[in-house]
Design a protein around this ligand. Structure first.
Ligand code: ATP
Ligand code: MG
Length: 137
């Protein structure tokens, strides 16, 4: 069954949105197969966002991801990669639809509270980066 990597970023954790976010994935019918809370190092954040290393906001983004606790999760279910992104909403919360996580709960792109893998390849890559095989149910 398909799996995706979802992370509640430091702003989402700090704002007390962990249960709100998990509920939305659970209520949809997706299954949580791994979860842990970690403070990623900056080096780790750079690995996670390596695709974006030429972007002007890369350094700030990696500083931010490593600034506090992150809830790292793996969710499983039919179509979970694509539909998970739908639950999350557009990258810029000013453009995310109401009803989506970012649309309902965030305001600015640099503090958009949640990450979700953007395709099958990155989902595999990110699950393997964040979790050891024995940490997955
Ligand atoms: P994520 O990978 O975090 O799920 P995404 O796939 O919707 O988000 P990406 O293009 O992968 O968007 O960008 C990764 C993250 O970089 C975004 O979630 C956002 O926090 C940050 N970001 C993207 N564009 C900008 C920008 N123009 N200015 C500042 N930060 C940005
Ligand atoms: Mg992305």
């Amino acid at each position: 069954l398909e799996r995706t990597f979802i992370a509640i970023k430091p702003d989402g954790v700090q704002r007390g949105l962990i249960s709100e976010i998990i509920s939305r994935f659970e209520r949809k019918g997706f299954k949580l197969v791994a979860i842990k809370i970690v403070v990623p190092s900056k080096d780790f954040a750079q690995k996670h966002y390596h695709d974006l290393k030429t972007r002007p906001f890369f350094d700030g983004l990696c500083d931010f991801l490593s600034s506090g606790p992150v809830v790292a999760m793996v969710w499983e279910g039919e179509g979970v990669i694509k539909y998970g992104r739908k639950l999350i909403g557009a990258t810029d919360p000013q453009k995310s639809e109401p009803g989506t996580i970012r649309g309902d709960l965030a305001v600015v792109v640099g503090r958009n509270i949640i990450h979700g893998s953007d395709g099958p390849e990155t989902a595999k890559e990110e699950v393997n980066l964040w979790f050891k095989p024995e940490e997955l149910v």
